[in-house]
Design a protein around this ligand. Structure first.
Ligand SMILES: NC(=O)c1ccc[n+]([C@@H]2O[C@H](COP(=O)([O-])OP(=O)(O)OC[C@H]3O[C@@H](n4cnc5c(N)ncnc54)[C@H](O)[C@@H]3O)[C@@H](O)[C@H]2O)c1
Length: 372
């Protein structure tokens, strides 16, 4: 199969869909890999690294799209890229179609087959191609939060781990899923006093079993949150209710009960944010203050550490990418129901129910499509 990887063109996107290591694996199986010149530079991979892996470098995205049977990317195709997709071509990338009718209509019109990273599943009920980015954002949250806590940045001037004779920062993590667990691990590793709140008792049992000695956990109620935030130096928002906007767990009124200069890091901002006063910010201008409380609300946190994020994403996507290349999308989806769960669009038909419901478009069963 001819596998093409264009340079990402969405603003502030430095990741790339294929690492040189992934390219090498594909080439070793007899596939041809075509990379747009400079596609890996934002993640620290130059053209030479891809050439050494056996890939071919081309000058333009047009050449990648015109030549490849499968396009592997990171972000949803932008309007100019969607115009280059063609009937029968396979697209493997993040799509997030439900809030994006324009993209959905363009993909349907192109006749391509599109498999979305974010809806591929695993046997534990997880989302294996979303998890790496949650891991990155979670581990980054205490890092950016501790920077924001510094006095010159508007914070309380508290050191995460304290020093002998001075206690550590108090960190509350709301939501103990993938983001929350990784945030708690890093905050605890920095020496902070960490409490994780979650609504799921099985999840709290798991956290207690695995991390019991390193951080505390508590059942999440409005009362527990209200009490804990009063003494917190940092609160990390990491909740998710699948398919719904994030619930607002700290109101503007409650900010006055917090310590001046305390920090809110709202990782759930990509789902609307879980604090009433959150509004999305960018890496160029990541923090702002409301009523004396500092807020960090960057919606694409993994972009700050593009190299780590690219490699982490590549590790997760590679087995699926290779299966698609080796077998073709139909056979690969017949063999793996978790990959089939990623099928969103095929030959002008929508194949993902939640997207159809959100956009009022008829949906064809993905199982029927792969059998046809
Ligand atoms: N900003 C970014 O760059 C970025 C990057 C990755 C993920 N995210 C976002 O981070 C959020 C968390 O993602 P995740 O992968 O950890 O999800 P997850 O499903 O693994 O975890 C979410 C957790 O929230 C818990 N929860 C739900 N309601 C709660 C409540 N009221 N109180 C306490 N806990 C509650 C759930 O029980 C679950 O354990 C999502 O909104 C995701 O989109 C943002």
């Amino acid at each position: 199969m001819k596998i093409g990887c264009p340079k990402e063109i969405k603003p502030q996107e430095f990741r790339v869909g294929m690492t040189p290591n992934a390219a090498q694996e594909a080439v070793a199986r007899g596939h041809e890999v075509i990379i747009e010149t400079g596609a890996g530079l934002g993640s620290g991979f130059d053209n030479d690294a891809y050439v050494a892996a056996g890939a071919r470098i081309v000058d333009t995205a047009e050449e990648v799209f015109a030549t490849a049977d499968m396009i592997v990317k990171v972000k949803e195709p932008q309007a100019v890229e969607r115009k280059m997709l063609r009937e029968g071509q396979l697209l493997f990338t993040y799509l997030h179609l439900a809030p994006d009718p324009e993209q959905t209509h363009d993909l349907l019109a192109s006749g391509c087959t599109a498999i979305a990273y974010e809806t591929v599943t695993d046997s534990n009920g997880g989302l294996p191609l979303l998890a790496p980015m949650s891991e990155v954002a979670g581990r980054l949250a205490p890092q950016v939060g501790s920077w924001t806590l510094q006095k010159a940045n508007g914070g309380r001037g508290v050191l995460m781990g304290g020093v002998p004779g001075v206690g550590p920062a108090k960190v509350v993590v709301v939501g103990g899923g993938v983001v929350g667990t990784h945030a708690a691990q890093v905050a605890a590793g920095m020496g902070a006093d960490v409490t994780v709140l979650d609504r799921s008792l099985p999840r709290l049992r798991y956290l207690d079993d695995v991390f019991g000695g390193r951080f505390k956990n508590q059942y999440s109620t409005a009362g527990a949150t209200a009490e804990l935030i009063q003494s917190a130096d940092m609160v990390i928002g990491a909740v998710l209710i699948p398919g719904a906007a994030a619930p607002k767990l700290i109101t503007r009124e409650q900010l006055s009960t917090m310590k001046p200069g305390a920090v809110l890091v709202d990782v759930a901002i990509d789902q609307g944010g879980c604090f009433e006063t959150s509004k999305a910010t960018t890496h160029a201008d990541p923090i702002y203050e409301v009523d004396g409380i500092m807020h960090y609300c960057v919606a694409n946190m993994p972009g700050a550490v593009a190299r780590t994020s690219t490699i982490a994403l590549g590790n997760a996507t590679m087995p699926f990418m290779l299966a698609l290349a080796d077998k073709g999308w139909k056979q690969a989806c017949q063999d793996d129901p978790h990959l089939l769960a990623g099928l969103n669009v095929h030959a002008g038909q929508l194949t993902y129910y939640a997207v159809g419901k959100a956009l009022g478009i008829d949906v064809v069963s993905p199982a029927m499509v792969v059998k046809a």
